[in-house]
Design a binder for this molecule. Structure first.
Ligand SMILES: [Zn+2]
Length: 347
């Protein structure tokens, strides 16, 4: 992109404080403006990360999320407001709009999608860096696998309650998230079962953002090593050494990338923990207009260009996305959800 003199001087002003910081400077700023960063998950972590990235002047910011804005998000998901709730905007659509007001020079690619084994490689194509804004280890391991397969650094972050953790995984240099987790995969608490306070999310996301800036400007000596664990209510902090890469790690050792094997990436029907919601990944895209006409006979509907929400006579709600996903809200019973899906969407 060639900037006019006026635009150049505007940019000098916009980024002046950041360029005065010696480790970034003018050349670091140029690298930031040339970078492509992917943020997966636009909840509490993702919105804070994207805010930092957009204000710093990242060239291309690709944001990916499967959900829409709900009232319970507003307490900590910094880019959203009450109008986004009323309009039932998908999170990435609301975020793209807000980020556009913040910095119109940033190219924001908004993707309403669930990351799966099938689409993960496409979603991170061209990325210099992938930042974790997700809320579950299944998706994190999938991102870990796709990043290590393609040699893209992956910056992990997670927060629940008043506690958070973050680490930087760089293919060829550090071990990976799968080495860290060992054989078991997490499970454990999620925000939807134990709650979360907003400062811990901001802190963890900001730590992810600063590591992203270091990586982009090439400040490798400053890159934080280890797994940082913070508890901010009692104020406890631990910086743990990352384990060495395991030779038999299926990701960074054996390069088998198990989460990328078809069927392991979170497709099918899954219960979204603590949310009384089942997500069913349909095998085909949905024509929302056609579905609205069909469902209008029996359901109360709410819709926008991105999704269709239907209140069923049975009491549950269906949220249909154009990519074929359907959320069945009001149940955690997979069979019940599947039967409602079959009844209203068809197989
Ligand atoms: Zn590993």
């Amino acid at each position: 992109m060639v900037l006019s003199l006026d635009e150049q001087s505007n940019n000098r002003e916009r980024y002046s404080r950041q360029m005065l910081f010696p480790p970034i400077g003018v050349s670091g700023q140029q690298k930031i403006e040339a970078a492509t960063v992917v943020v997966v998950g636009m909840g509490a972590l993702g919105t804070v990360i994207a805010n930092h990235m957009a204000r710093a002047g990242i060239g291309t910011l690709r944001i990916i999320d499967r959900d829409y804005v709900e009232r319970s998000n507003l307490q900590r998901q910094m880019l959203y407001d009450e109008d986004d709730v009323l309009q039932v905007r998908p999170k990435v659509v609301a975020a793209q709009r807000k980020l556009g007001f913040i910095n119109a020079d940033v190219t924001v690619e908004a993707i309403v999608s669930h990351v799966t084994a099938e689409n993960a490689e496409e979603l991170v194509a061209g990325a210099d860096l992938v930042l974790d804004g997700t809320d579950n280890f299944q998706t994190r391991l999938l991102l870990n696998d796709v990043c290590f397969k393609r040699g893209i650094p992956f910056i992990y972050g997670g927060a629940v309650s008043s506690h958070g953790m973050t680490a930087v995984f760089i293919p060829g240099q550090t071990s990976c998230l799968r080495c860290l987790l060992g054989a078991g995969d997490s499970g454990g608490d999620t925000c939807d079962t134990v709650g979360v306070i907003s400062p811990i999310v901001d802190i963890i996301a900001s730590l992810q953002a600063v590591e992203a800036l270091k990586f982009i400007v090439g400040a490798t000596g400053a890159q934080r090593q280890g797994l940082l664990s913070l508890e901010i209510w009692q104020h406890q902090m631990m910086d743990l050494k990352l384990p060495p890469a395991r030779e038999n790690c299926p990701t960074c050792g054996l390069r088998q990338f198990p989460s990328l094997q078809a069927g392991n990436g979170g497709g099918g029907a899954v219960t979204l923990c603590g949310r009384e919601t089942v997500q069913i990944s349909g095998s085909r895209a949905l024509d929302l207009e056609h579905m609205a006409a069909k469902l209008a006979r029996s359901c109360e509907l709410q819709r926008n260009p991105y999704l269709l929400k239907a209140l069923l006579p049975e009491g549950e709600r269906l949220v249909l996305f154009a990519d074929g996903r359907v959320l069945v809200q009001g149940t955690e019973d997979l069979d019940r959800a599947q039967s409602l899906y079959d009844r209203y969407i068809g197989s």
